[in-house]
Ligand binder design. Structure first.
Ligand SMILES: [Fe+2]
Length: 532
């Protein structure tokens, strides 16, 4: 027989004769290894020392009885079946109460074959019992796995959100854009129904709201398609004084948070903190730049049975840290940008300073272009472009030789061609810097003519960039009004007359009309040579 199929049975009884007979009986069966012990104590030390598959024990023994032995065995290994032989059937209930582990009982006097049957039965039960334990363990590890999986999903989700915050803020193009994104993301990533960003620092003291975002009421319960909207400016005069009072309480509250510099989460507003009515959950996170509070993000859930969690606070804190980093970078970049621009302006000034007739020409062209642009209702961004392009429009003259540029007499046709390269040279200089793309286009085309006879590309009418058409008028006006070595500068009415005659030829008639309007308003002379 395969030794692995031989079961070891421990027989425990204080009756040596019985032990001997039982041992012989089971040995003869050939599939059992028999160990004997005359009391519970001896039996326990055997069990601690070697593998026992089943224990058959008398109930009454000196030192340790069968019931206690069964209990002790259960503590050591609750998969070892114990069969208790008792002469008192009334004890069977007590034996059953042992329950844990596999226990059977036999009422004395017992037949040997009955013992064997019982052994086979408890082995079967043991098998089931072990299977049950394994199944339980499997279920437990499955539950653990599922828990880990859920945690992993949460982590992945969190990472996705953090990544999104990182990339959304990296794509911003200015400080104010950062604030707008922060409020929009707060609305999208948290249950906030409104988010506001305030500038608040030592200088401003009072919080100044710069941007806000609101969740559309229709989408309250749709966590995916949150819409962002600007707040409606309230014309509702009802309860204005109440609102003013609430606002001043809130402002005071925000000032305290900004002064502390510590983020705040009011998960459920039970009013120990005085917040405006209707706010059931509130978050405020300061934005610090170079360790100084610069602004404050607030997020609120209004009239909704939802509350912020520490996770929401964590996201908003992360967002503002990232925003501070982006703004610091922007400040650094804008500094470089300003430096570079100053260098270029200085270059143009130096260029113009060599010729007393063109001194300050670019500054005046920039100023006049901007005045015309304002009159034509250009955006502030377009006016900025006009200003920078005006200041730099002749920077390409750096590439023209001095003997041509500063020549007193009339120019040969080759020399004229050389000078006419300056718009392209200027555009190339700006292009190499990788900045000011729109300014670069104006610089390139500031000598185009409306009738297509200009340079460098001979563009016509609306094909000429609009801002370049404005600058062409300002440039020509300043050139005509400036003194030259061979002539005095024209008076403003003379300039206006020539420019008017050139409407539709050299110049865009619409720009000429605006130019005349500025002249009639009397403000043109402010931008002519000698006036500034
Ligand atoms: Fe020019």
């Amino acid at each position: 027989m395969n030794p692995e199929t031989i079961e070891t049975i421990l027989l425990v009884d204080d009756d040596d004769a019985l032990l001997e007979v039982l041992s012989e009986y089971f040995k003869l069966k050939g599939r059992y290894r028999i160990i004997t012990a005359s009391n519970g104590m001896d039996a326990l030390s055997i069990i601690k020392g070697e593998t026992v598959n089943c224990c058959v024990t008398d109930i009454n023994m000196p030192h340790m009885g069968g019931l206690e032995l069964a209990e002790q065995i259960r503590k050591i290994d609750n998969t070892i079946p114990v069969i208790i032989m008792t002469g008192f059937p009334s004890l069977t209930n007590s034996i059953k109460t042992l329950q844990n582990g596999v226990v059977d009982f036999l009422v004395k006097p017992v037949q040997f074959d009955q013992i064997e049957l019982s052994i086979q039965r408890v082995f079967q039960q043991r098998k089931l019992f072990i299977e049950n334990i394994l199944y339980k363990k499997e279920a437990e590890s499955k539950a653990k796995l599922e828990k880990l999986n859920r945690e992993l999903h949460l982590k992945v989700n969190e990472l996705n959100i953090l990544n999104r915050i990182m990339s959304d803020l990296t794509e911003t193009s200015s400080g104010s854009d950062v604030f707008r994104r922060v409020t929009e993301m707060t609305i999208t990533l948290t249950p906030a129904t409104e988010a506001r960003f305030y500038i608040i620092n030592e200088a401003s003291k009072h919080p100044f709201e710069v941007t806000s975002a609101f969740k559309q009421p229709a989408d309250h319960h749709n966590s995916i398609s949150h819409k962002i909207s600007k707040p409606a400016t309230s014309s509702d005069s009802k309860n204005i004084s109440d609102r003013n009072e609430q606002r001043s309480v809130l402002n005071e509250f925000l000032q305290t948070i900004a002064a502390d510099g510590i983020p705040l989460l009011v998960a459920e507003n039970h009013a120990p903190i005085q917040l405006p009515t209707g706010i059931c959950s509130f978050i405020a996170v300061p934005l610090s730049i170079q360790e100084k509070v610069f602004g404050l993000l607030t997020a609120a859930i209004k009239n909704d049975n939802k509350f912020f969690s520490p996770k929401d606070l964590y996201y908003t804190k992360f967002m503002l840290k990232r925003a501070a980093y982006v703004i610091e970078n922007w400040a650094l970049y804008e500094n470089i940008y300003e430096n570079l621009l100053s260098t270029l302006y200085a270059l143009v000034n130096a260029l113009e300073a060599r010729d007393s007739y063109t001194q300050q020409h670019s500054i005046r062209v920039a100023a006049l272009s901007t005045v015309l642009g304002k009159e034509m209702n250009l955006t502030s961004e377009e006016l900025d472009i006009l200003n920078v392009a005006g200041r730099l429009h002749d920077i390409g003259k750096i590439g023209v030789r001095d003997d041509i540029l500063l020549k007193k007499g009339s120019l040969t046709s080759e020399e004229i061609l050389e000078i006419e390269k300056h718009p392209l040279t200027g555009a190339n200089i700006i292009e190499q810097l990788g900045l000011w793309e729109r300014e670069q286009i104006i610089i390139k085309h500031h000598h185009e003519r409306f009738d297509g006879k200009g340079y460098p590309d001979g563009l016509q009418r609306n094909n000429i960039p609009f801002l370049a058409r404005i600058m062409a008028v300002a440039d020509a006006c300043d050139a005509m009004a400036s003194d030259r070595v061979y002539r005095k500068g024209l008076p403003s009415d003379g300039v206006v007359e020539i420019i008017s005659e050139e409407a539709g030829l050299q110049f865009d008639p619409d720009v000429v009309n605006v130019f005349k309007k500025v002249y009639h308003q009397g403000s043109l002379k402010l931008y002519l040579p000698g006036k500034k």
